[in-house]
Design a protein around this ligand. Structure first.
Ligand SMILES: [Zn+2]
Length: 245
């Protein structure tokens, strides 16, 4: 398995970092996990060809995780993709085609079929991928209920299993407690170190994880702790790097 950290930034604007995006490749499949701004350019740099991606999975609907999807779809259209693209969304997938039309992007002009599907069904198509709901969006609950909005507070972490070891991408979290069982004994965890407190990041040591890659721009206290503990399983994820399991 190859794990390419194409975007290790957070929602804060950055001169250097792309928004969240991970390219995960196995022997015969290629998945994009989140499609933050900059993902099209990063995929070109990574040598991605038009028909190579099998599916795009979006963990939650914050713009730093989905804002690149429109240019990615446009790129695949312009490059003449012919293979069906499965796009898994965490919620409100019925509204996505209207968003494309909003941008004058009309799927009937594509040479490929775009299937927009609920993320919770991804295991039916790709049994090695599993999904775990996390607590990232729960802070919006009162606002959404008081205004009777259709937002569903859906935020997920993703896992790809392999005989050599599992890879988990936490995506954004409130706490690492919300995915404790999901990450236990995994080989490589790419974890949001921008939102959870340092103590929550430190708790991950208890779960038997071989390698913990910190992404989404570490909190200052977490980065300081990391510099003082260089021999731990933790390291800061490097944008553009290719990790192997
Ligand atoms: Zn984010």
């Amino acid at each position: 398995m190859q794990i390419w950290t194409l975007g290790t930034g957070s929602g804060w604007p950055s001169q250097e970092l792309n928004n969240s995006c991970v390219l995960v490749k196995t022997e015969n499949k290629a998945f994009l996990w989140d499609a933050g701004e900059g993902c099209s350019r990063s995929l070109l740099k990574a040598g991605m060809t038009a028909n190579e991606l099998d599916a795009v999975l979006i963990t939650h609907l914050h713009p730093d995780h989905i804002s690149g999807i429109f240019m990615l779809i446009q790129m695949l259209y312009l490059e003449g993709r012919t293979k069906t693209l499965k796009l898994y969304l965490p919620e409100r997938e019925d509204e996505f085609i209207d968003m494309l039309r909003f941008f004058y992007t009309f799927p009937q002009r594509f040479a490929f079929e775009l299937q927009v599907l609920p993320l919770l069904t991804v295991s039916e198509d790709f049994p090695k991928i599993s999904v775990c709901a996390n607590d990232h969006l729960l802070g919006y609950k009162d606002l959404i209920e008081s205004q009777n909005l259709p937002n569903q507070l859906s935020a997920f972490s993703l896992k790809l299993s392999s005989p050599q070891g599992d890879f988990v991408y936490s995506s954004d979290l409130g706490t690492t407690d919300s995915i404790a069982d999901f990450v236990r004994d995994t080989h490589t965890l790419l974890v949001d170190a921008g939102h959870p407190e340092l103590q929550q990041i430190q708790k991950l040591r208890e779960y038997g994880i071989k390698r913990i890659l910190l992404t989404h721009e570490c909190r200052a206290e977490t980065r300081k702790w990391l510099s003082e503990n260089p021999d731990s399983p933790y390291q800061e994820a490097i944008q553009g790097h290719k990790y192997h399991i």
